[in-house]
Write a protein that binds this ligand. Structure first.
Ligand code: PRX
Length: 663
């Protein structure tokens, strides 16, 4: 984001004067109701040491934090645990019949999974995986739809100490292949297909394409969901239900060091190569359990629902680990908000009497577009706290969520965090923090963030800059798989001063700190787009486009979009005699979907004879973004080919029009 853009966004946010303090009624029952928690959080090591009692430790830790090898942190040093004992064993003993998941299938089929059921299912599957030769330290790739076996798969790996690497079910075979290869996964767990929006997603078929080039995979486990006939390779492929049929339903949990890796999760960065973010066990467990309990004000009888797919970090932390450690009953939903009708979410809230709903701003903006009647025809009075994650929420969407979903009564928790942070970092505590529409408010207790200028100095209140995290936190990423140097370079080099032993984490987001010290997220400042709350690298999409035989060169930018936050706008030059027409646009969009996944398909593609470049040959993405968003173009005199700009602007206007009319 350029300075002038940031300033105008900051100006716009300054006029937001609405305030929503917690009501007395909410405060009276809140898990955390005193502001003193923020003071406690100032001594962050002590704060997190106290929170560690939420977890079952096999061996108590000796030291809370070892930061001597910064930026590679060690939390709860010497402690031993298995995260599944906190998530399953405790509850299977104390509340065996309590529901862990109310599963709601896309087609309306349901399953109720109690803590006892989940415990035994995980043990059975862990035994089955172990029989296939999976043991501590082996990486297991998971590529599934939202069925109860999805959390079971993660937990079974965790039970064995085998780091899971989940790849979102919407990714293409190429993306799956790259991630399997990077992690040298020994096994893959998938489904025959999954249901989505009334259709079928051919997971196994897609996986088979990837598997033809992944020699590390020795075994594939297939969960039957739709019952489709899929190819099963003798000796390699096994049906889940057959594997667990006779498996023992008890399995001792592998003892893990607090710092042993729990999982790898790939995320997009500013290069075409995704990064395998590595999370470890003890700190992550403490971080997700604490934040889930505090931010959602979790109570014993709550019915909590996070709509995220387990394929993303939100699903890992707040569909699987956080809620299970806290022993809560969750809804697990397979489908999409519009199937069979646009009131599906509200139908589910009413049906299960959901108390906490956690969803994405992009969904909220879509609901606004659909109209209030879908919401108001349902009884949502069970809701107590409603949350958002994944992208900035504009004040209008916030107010709509507040009024129509929260009935002007439920606190909204706008939670800022990342795949790399493991758990929420900036979010209100609903019984304590006054909220402002559009602001994620202030850092959680035990977390310290700052907004800094380009030299790393904190900006004065009322100004914008770069969001950084200034002290370690328990769920922080430990490294990038097989690439510790990249971990250091990407996150810890820009504002750190190693010679002074000062380590500062750079999140990649722009932010504003207002006069009360509240944080307003302004979007990414790097070449990462955020489309419907999903991180997509401009470079990844560019390389997918250039991979097409007709394409000579491509530039991709995120342009503002009223529903998806950002939309992908591509500018393409073609080789030789190729003609840029509608057919080729469709073909290129499909090509990107095949290379990366449908979520990365450009919303608009503009053909141009040349891309605007600086004299040193760098593509001027900022200019393309300005063109895409029809802003006044800034100074173009440093361009080598200034005359292409007008032509591109005209083409882009046409493309944006046709992408709008496609919706
Ligand atoms: O730009 C921020 C945005 O999403 C990025 C992290 O994406 P990912 O690792 O995929 O994790 C998403 C779910 C935690 C951030 O760098 N982001 C996330 N939450 C918010 C947000 N932007 C503004 N407000 C939020 N609440």
């Amino acid at each position: 984001m350029s300075n002038s853009e940031q300033n105008s966004t900051i100006e716009a946010l300054f006029v937001e004067e609405r305030r929503f303090p917690p009501t007395e009624e909410f405060k009276a029952q809140a898990n955390v109701a005193s502001e003193s928690i923020y003071a406690e959080g100032k001594d962050f090591e002590n704060f997190w040491r106290a929170q560690a009692s939420r977890i079952q430790w096999q061996t108590p830790f000796k030291e809370t934090l070892d930061w001597s090898d910064a930026p590679f942190a060690k939390w709860f040093v010497g402690g031993r645990l298995n995260i599944t004992e906190s998530a399953l064993d405790v509850h299977a003993k104390s509340t065996p019949d309590k529901v862990a998941y109310y599963f709601e299938g896309e087609n309306g089929d349901t399953r109720v999974v109690t803590y006892k059921d989940l415990y035994h299912e995980v043990c059975k599957f862990a035994n089955a995986l172990s029989d296939l030769g999976i043991s501590k330290g082996d990486r297991v790739a998971i590529y599934m739809g939202m069925v109860p076996e999805f959390p079971v798969a993660l937990l079974a790996c965790a039970r064995l100490g085998a780091p899971h690497s989940v790849i979102f079910g919407g990714f293409s075979s190429d993306s799956l292949k790259d991630r399997i290869i990077d992690a040298s996964a020994k096994a893959l767990i998938t489904c025959d297909e999954s249901w989505r929006n009334g259709g079928r997603v051919p997971l196994k078929e897609t996986a088979d394409v990837a598997l033809s080039e992944t020699p590390s995979v020795e075994h594939v486990v297939v969960v039957q969901r739709t019952g489709a006939q899929v190819k099963m390779v003798e000796g390699r492929d096994h049906y889940y239900h057959e594997l667990i049929k006779d498996a023992d339903d008890e399995r001792p949990a592998e003892s893990m060091d607090s710092e042993d890796p729990l999982f790898i999760l790939y995320t997009s960065g500013t290069t075409a190569r995704p990064k395998g973010i590595v999370h470890s066990t003890g700190g992550y467990a403490v971080g997700v359990a604490t934040t889930h309990s505090m931010v959602f004000d979790i109570k014993e009888d709550d019915i909590y629902w996070c709509t995220a797919d387990v394929g993303w970090v939100t699903g890992h932390s707040y569909v699987v680990y956080g809620p299970l450690i806290n022993g809560v009953s969750s809804v697990l939903f397979e489908g999409v908000p519009q199937f069979p009708d646009k009131d599906r979410y509200w139908d589910i809230v009413e049906k299960y009497k959901v108390t906490q709903l956690y969803t994405a701003p992009t969904s909220i903006r879509t609901f606004m577009k659909w109209g209030t009647e879908y919401v108001t025809k349902h009884d949502l009075s069970s809701l107590r706290v409603i949350g958002t994650v994944g992208e900035p929420i504009n004040p209008e969407a916030w107010m709509w969520y507040h009024e129509y979903v929260g009935n002007s009564r439920c606190p909204i928790v706008d939670t800022w965090w990342q795949t790399e942070t493991g758990h929420m970092m900036i979010a209100p505590l609903p019984g304590v923090t006054t909220t402002k529409p559009g602001s994620a408010t202030i850092p959680l207790p035990g977390i310290n963030v700052e907004v800094v200028d380009q030299n790393g100095n904190p900006v004065p209140k009322g100004s914008g800059g770069y969001l950084v995290i200034t002290q370690p936190w328990p769920g922080m990423a430990r490294t990038i798989f097989n690439d510790p140097q990249r971990f250091k370079d990407v996150y810890w080099s820009r504002f750190s001063k190693p010679s002074e032993n000062k380590w500062v984490y750079f999140a990649g987001d722009g932010a504003k700190k207002d006069l009360d010290g509240y944080i307003w997220l302004l979007g990414r400042v790097d070449d990462v787009m955020n489309v419907s709350g999903h991180r997509i690298s401009t470079l990844e999409v560019e390389s997918a486009l250039v991979d097409h035989p007709a394409v000579a060169e491509a530039a991709v930018v995120g342009r503002e979009d009223p529903t998806t936050g950002q939309a992908i706008a591509a500018f393409v030059t073609l080789k030789g005699a190729n003609q840029g027409n509608e057919e080729l646009i469709a073909e290129l969009r499909e090509h990107v979907a095949q290379k990366i996944g449908k979520i990365a398909r450009p919303a608009s593609i503009v053909f141009t004879d040349e891309l605007p470049k600086t004299r040193s040959g760098k593509i001027m993405r900022r200019l393309l973004r300005d063109i895409s968003e029809k802003r006044q173009l800034g100074d173009v005199t440093t361009l080598a080919n200034a005359d292409v700009v007008k032509e591109i602007a005209e083409q882009a206007a046409k493309a944006a029009q046709s992408s709008n009319s496609q919706e």
